[in-house]
Design a protein around this ligand. Structure first.
Ligand SMILES: [Mn+2]
Length: 319
């Protein structure tokens, strides 16, 4: 991965002279945005900076094992910092602050945008966007290495958490030689891979089991080879699960053999969220999602539409 040296130097100069820095992850935070935020938090703390993390939503409990997770707070950002780091947000609206704090995106503030989504439109004053990187934490690893920012075992654990989750525990097609090489280096630095795999992939709450049960019960494959499932508002109420507990289930239903792609439609607070995955080389789910105003990666994408889900039974004549 080649990062723009000129841009990195500008970022380094800005960070060195900044006293107070705010890190902004994307809303509904996943392991990659949390890992990237905490890794940068730790590095900047060691540099003696006053650093805070402000996210639209709190992290799910599964991330409680991560070092310095207590610094990851939900709230509204203030705009009186010397620099802002936005990590893993493929579009301004994914921070959740584009309407309440448009100044973050008009290039008047010292905003650094670090990301790996194709949809990213370089909304920062400084941008490090590598669309073929497997995770934002992969980009950060390269950035830290290029700028000689020291990665200790806690920072290594945070970076590896992001890589591990965004590659679906090294099972998605974005698991490149680079991913494994960087992961090996992070392990050598003392990253807690056992902890990551146990806490994130082998810990399932009863509410999650029951929610996933609903998803699986509703799973079917249509004539076009699309595996589909739906989750209604009522399913969350009945199972006691929240939306964050949907993480990973679309990958699970995507394991149906010969599926062209998979989609789960989730009804939540007057909106319908679509989550798409594919294992097929020739299918680009980012294109499908963008037809509904969404976006993402070629193998994993999503969209949100206002409205509700309505069940319709289709009848047809067979002979
Ligand atoms: Mn990511």
């Amino acid at each position: 991965m080649e990062l723009d040296k000129n841009e990195l130097e500008k970022i380094d100069t800005l960070l060195q002279k900044s006293r107070r820095i705010l890190i902004i992850p994307h809303k509904a935070p996943d392991g990659d945005t949390i890992g990237a935020s905490l890794a940068f938090y730790q590095i900047l703390k060691q540099m003696g900076k006053a650093v805070e993390i402000t996210c639209m939503d709190p992290p799910a409990d599964v991330f409680n094992f991560m070092p310095t997770i207590e610094a990851f707070r939900a709230g509204e950002p203030r705009l009186d910092y010397d620099a802002y780091l936005i990590v893993d947000a493929g579009a301004t609206h994914l921070t959740g602050f584009h309407e309440s704090h448009p100044e973050l995106f008009d290039k008047t503030l010292e905003v650094i945008n670090i990301d790996h989504h194709q949809s990213n439109d370089f909304y920062g004053k400084y941008n490090v966007v590598v669309s073929d990187a497997a995770s934002a934490t992969m980009v950060l690893y390269e950035l830290f290495t290029a700028l000689r920012y020291p990665i200790d075992r806690h920072t290594a654990t945070c970076l590896l958490t992001g890589i591990y989750t965004d590659t679906g525990s090294f099972m998605h097609s974005n698991t490149s030689a680079d991913v494994l090489r960087v992961s090996a280096r992070l392990l050598a630095k003392g990253a807690n891979l056992r902890g990551i795999s146990k806490e994130i992939f082998n810990t399932t709450k009863v509410s999650t089991m029951r929610l996933w049960g609903r998803v699986m019960k509703n799973t079917h494959q249509n004539d076009e080879g699309v595996t589909m499932s739906v989750v209604m508002e009522k399913d969350f109420a009945d199972t006691g699960a929240d939306y964050s507990e949907m993480t990973g289930v679309v990958d699970y239903i995507n394991s149906v053999p010969s599926a062209k792609y998979s989609v789960i439609l989730t009804e939540k607070e007057g909106k319908v969220k679509g989550s798409l995955r594919t294992l097929r080389e020739e299918v680009n789910v980012a294109d499908i999602a963008s037809a509904y105003g969404g976006g993402g990666h070629t193998k994993a994408a999503g969209f949100t539409l206002p409205g509700h889900l309505k069940k319709e039974v289709r009848w047809k004549v067979v002979q």
